[in-house]
Design a protein around this ligand. Structure first.
Ligand code: FAD
Length: 448
């Protein structure tokens, strides 16, 4: 393929791999430095009918940016500026390639925060987090990116640029196209500018309660207990005993190892006693940390997936199931049963407070690994939950997403989603054969 007309745009040829281990072998990688260059690349790709894959930092866990040979990768890392921090209307406007951690640091200097904090915040791009509608450790109180995006500029697959939404807290003008693009996994267009809502840093003192639990089952009971007592932590995160061991082994975490794993609850200092009451009888040890000690625990939790990946020797599937919080005890019991059936441990990392469990499946044999993966996802569907709370669908979960939508919403809904994809991208060049499109194909092939 001759890329001569784009040769003034920074580019290189290399193979990559996303965090899920999916291969990315593009014909070429472009590094646009502004929207105009993105438009030129997209128009070229459309003319020659080559798929385009946007790339943030490649930390997705679902093969969402994978491609085998016939594609152009658009690496957004050179479009990494903060364009505006508005301290009256309380929004920030950024280019998509900025690292989330860099944005957090700049906002903090000005007394602001953007709450959604995927545990990959020290690696991932803001554009990637928006395209995945990532959640994070503070999701229990603040939700995922979906709740924080106000407006977007997007280069559509025909090269036209649109702006959807406004940097307004309220805006009822028309169908909500902003949230069509949020979580669209690069399948509808390339996001080139993002307006995000921000809030002032909290003034009340926060502390981190770290509870070593008696057993795995206790964690579900504690979360239900918090809910019944109307307690809403800023963060309630869980890592099971095997993840604690992996953190000690690979990141020298120096955490105490117990069979029940560790629950972290960040909450206002004046709420500590209420939480301790709920924890009564469920723990072996409880500590209340603040300052640097609390930050260390937060940072270890953020790196838990890195420790699990190191432990796995690259053969892990990261589940992202969500169940209604009321069903957590049942989901945990059934997860243990599935573990026994497959004679394996699941290395559970969890945003447990909002019912979002990440069992990580480390089984050498691919077929068995896939069977366990599907059984867990189907268990979530059966309990009224979802196959993905925040990691998205990519290629790995498309079949299961089709099953979920067919069961909970009906096939007409998936059909509508597919029609939207076809309307916006009739030539099927934007990150094709993934997510909605792939789910639609699974459903149609299985019903034929
Ligand atoms: C250690 C670790 C911890 C994690 N923890 C969490 C967590 O707590 N919560 C959570 O939700 N997720 C988590 N994740 C997964 C999460 O999806 C990603 O980390 C992140 O949000 C993706 O950002 P990225 O920049 O790496 O995007 P990439 O992986 O590069 O891309 C992700 C998707 O977005 C698309 N995309 C990227 N940029 C653009 C753009 N400008 N326009 C259009 N589409 C674009 C890509 O095509 C792809 O489909 C974790 C991952 C790791 C490795």
């Amino acid at each position: 393929m001759d890329f001569k007309e784009l040769e003034d745009i920074e580019h290189k040829i290399e193979e990559r791999e996303d965090f899920s281990g999916e291969k990315v072998r593009p014909l070429i990688i472009f590094f646009p430095k502004n929207e105009e260059e993105v438009v030129r690349i997209v128009k070229f790709a459309r003319k020659v009918k080559i798929p385009i894959i946007p790339w943030g930092s490649g930390t997705n866990l679902t093969g969402a940016a994978s491609c085998d040979k016939n594609c152009i990768l658009i690496d957004m890392s050179k479009m990494n500026k903060i364009l505006e921090i508005n301290d009256v209307d309380w929004y920030v406007r950024v280019q998509p390639g900025i690292k989330l951690i860099d944005l957090f640091e700049e906002l903090e200097k000005k007394g602001f925060m953007l709450p959604p904090d995927p545990a990959s915040f020290f690696l991932c791009s803001v554009g990637g987090a928006v395209a995945e509608s990532s959640g994070g450790m503070k999701g229990v109180r603040h939700g995922s990116f979906r709740e924080w995006v106000l407006a977007l500029r997007v280069v559509l697959p025909d090269g036209e640029v649109i702006k959807v939404g406004e940097p307004l807290r309220k805006n009822r003008a028309g169908y909500d196209l902003v949230h069509l693009f949020v979580g669209s996994e690069g399948t509808l267009g390339v996001i080139t500018e993002i307006w995000l809502r921000i809030i002032p840093l909290p003034k009340r003192k926060m502390v981190m309660i770290s509870a070593l639990l008696k057993d795995f089952e206790s964690v579900g009971e504690v979360i239900v207990g918090l809910r019944k007592n109307r307690i809403l932590p800023e963060l309630s995160e869980y890592v099971d005993a095997d993840v604690v061991r992996a953190l000690n082994k690979h990141l020298n975490a120096n955490l105490k190892e117990t069979e029940g794993g560790m629950l972290l609850i960040s909450i206002e200092e004046d709420m500590v006693n209420d939480v301790l009451k709920v924890l009564e009888g469920k723990t072996i040890d409880v500590k209340v940390a603040e300052g640097e000690e609390a930050e260390k625990l937060y940072s270890l939790r953020a790196q838990a997936a890195i420790a699990v990946k190191a432990e796995s020797g690259n053969v892990f599937y990261a589940e992202d199931i969500v169940v209604p919080v009321s069903k957590l005890p049942e989901a945990i019991r059934r997860l243990k049963e599935i573990g026994r059936k497959y004679n394996t441990k699941f290395y559970v990392i969890s945003h447990i407070g909002d019912g979002n469990l990440h069992p990580n499946i480390i089984i050498e044999d691919k077929d068995t690994r896939e069977r366990a993966f599907e059984e867990i996802a189907r268990m979530a569907i059966e309990l009224g939950g979802s196959v993905s709370g925040e990691h998205g669908i990519g290629v790995q979960k498309a079949k299961l997403m089709a099953e979920q939508i067919a069961k909970h919403n009906g096939i007409r809904v998936l059909d509508l989603m597919y029609q939207i994809k076809k309307l916006i991208d009739p030539d099927d060049i934007m990150n094709p054969n993934k997510y909605v499109e792939l789910a639609y194909k699974f459903l149609n092939n299985s019903s034929n």
